[in-house]
Design a binder for this molecule. Structure first.
Ligand SMILES: *Cc1c(COP(=O)(O)O)cnc(C)c1O
Length: 448
């Protein structure tokens, strides 16, 4: 019981001068909590001495951990450019600076500067998307999952939406097309089989309660062997003949052609636009290389209907998103593709990656064993399933350390690597040029 008497009094404890430079209210709050824990531990006979120095240390540790940011920058050395867990696409600094100016001053988000009246939030990106894709109209929502939901809810509530069985995907973060359809109120009309869907399946599926023929990008898988799927061109034609809408959830949505012949399996938005589709939607932060958003483009009359859906208000985007997105789209219009980090990384020649790998190798050769490896990486983010692109990596080993140990040591320094064939790889495909010096410093720090 005498131990209980020697528990520090909060009032006295917090006045210790070691806390002078800290926020008094936060220190008080943490001290109360830790002192209460101490009392509970004494009563439960878990401790038999009170160490006030240790208590001070614990209070300060907790204080620091509460104030240190949880969201931190990391170096993506996995080689996966569109890494959803690591924040997907990087935003160009110039675009971000423009958004900074918009966000820190008043702006014309919903104000028509010419007329001096209320304007339209979505108008800011429409002209750029029109010029870029030839669409009649466009709208932007929080992400592509919202876009899919909004389109289905607007046009297929209580009505049938026809989808091929081979496209009923589940992508990361439990976005399941069949579940999203049910939630939106649409009635899912599955056609075809897992591996084969024919045009006649679409034609035969249409009845008086059909609202749309929908196609979904196979984000994270491919079907191989005896397969057949219907081209979007034919789906658009059939929809027109049957007087229903066609809608393509394009997922990754690259506007222009991709390198490494990735386009053979993944037609670009510009190619799909040639078929004169009713509606397309795609993510802003996958291969488009911009901010998190869902972009819907298509016929004006249909976009107008979407604008009348109350749900839009729940899914609407902020000025920061619109500003960054507009700037990315402008880079496409000006053909300044190197201003879009995702495309810049994708397009960097292997020879250039090799040069960077050699620079790093030369600077850390004396510290750990490393060798340059020619390998392949995935683009990621549900963009180009199973398609690999060439890359260069530096494999790192140190003494008799196991690969998992090295991976963890580097991860503790926010350097995220990849393990491949029992080797820890630093893959240059997703590393920014200015990060090479930082990697060098990390390796020197942890292996010295
Ligand atoms: C990624 C993806 C989505 C979801 O897009 P988010 O922008 O992540 O919400 C929906 N459909 C497909 C086919 C996708 O690839």
């Amino acid at each position: 019981m005498s131990l209980l008497k020697s528990i520090p009094k909060v009032d006295r404890f917090i006045n210790n001068k070691v806390f002078n430079d800290f926020s008094k209210s936060l220190i008080t709050q943490i001290s109360k909590e830790l002192i209460a824990n101490l009392r509970a531990d004494i009563l439960a006979n878990k401790i038999d001495t009170i160490d006030e120095q240790k208590l001070i240390y614990n209070v300060i540790s907790k204080y620091n951990s509460l104030l240190s940011p949880s969201l931190q920058s990391v170096i993506n050395a996995t080689g996966i450019i569109v890494h959803t867990n690591l924040g997907r696409s990087l935003i160009n600094e110039k675009s971000f600076k423009k958004a900074l100016n918009i966000a820190t001053s008043y702006n014309n988000l919903e104000y028509d500067l010419e007329k001096g009246k209320r304007g339209e939030r979505y108008s800011h990106i429409v002209k750029t998307l029109q010029a870029l894709t030839g669409c009649e109209d466009a709208i932007v929502v929080n992400n592509n999952a919202s876009a899919v939901f909004l389109v289905l809810n607007t046009f297929s509530k209580g009505k049938e939406a026809v989808v091929s069985r081979g496209e009923l995907v589940e992508i990361g973060g439990s976005f399941r097309v069949p579940d999203v359809m049910v939630q939106s109120g649409a009635i899912l009309k599955e056609i075809g089989t897992t591996n084969k869907t024919h045009l006649k399946d679409y034609v035969n599926a249409v009845n008086e309660n059909t609202s749309m023929l929908m196609k979904v990008h196979k984000s994270n898988y491919t079907i191989e062997g005896f397969t057949s799927e219907v081209s979007y061109e034919d789906i658009v034609k059939t929809a027109k003949e049957k007087n229903v809408i066609d809608y393509y959830d394009m997922g990754s949505g690259h506007i222009i052609d991709l390198p490494y012949n990735l386009d053979l399996a993944e037609p670009s938005i510009l190619k799909i636009m040639k078929y004169n589709p009713s509606l397309l939607s795609f993510s802003g932060d996958k291969l488009l290389g911009s901010v998190q958003a869902g972009i819907i483009i298509g016929k004006k009359e249909l976009i107008d209907k979407i604008k009348q859906n109350q749900l839009l208000r729940m899914l609407r985007v902020d000025k920061i998103t619109l500003s960054i997105l507009e700037d990315t789209l402008t880079s496409y219009l000006e053909n300044k593709l190197d201003d879009i980090p995702t495309l810049k990384m994708l397009n960097t020649p292997v020879e250039e990656l090799e040069k960077r790998a050699l620079t790093l190798k030369n600077s850390i050769d004396s510290i750990c064993d490393c060798s340059i490896i020619k390998t392949q990486s995935l683009i990621g983010g549900g963009t180009t399933p199973n398609k690999k692109i060439p890359t260069i990596a530096l494999s790192i080993s140190y003494k008799d350390y196991k690969v998992n140990k090295i991976e963890k040591i580097l991860r503790n320094e926010n350097l995220i690597t990849r393990i491949e064939n029992e080797k820890v790889l630093i893959d240059f495909r997703s590393i920014q040029e200015n990060e090479i010096k930082k990697i060098e410093a990390i390796i020197k720090k942890v292996f010295n």
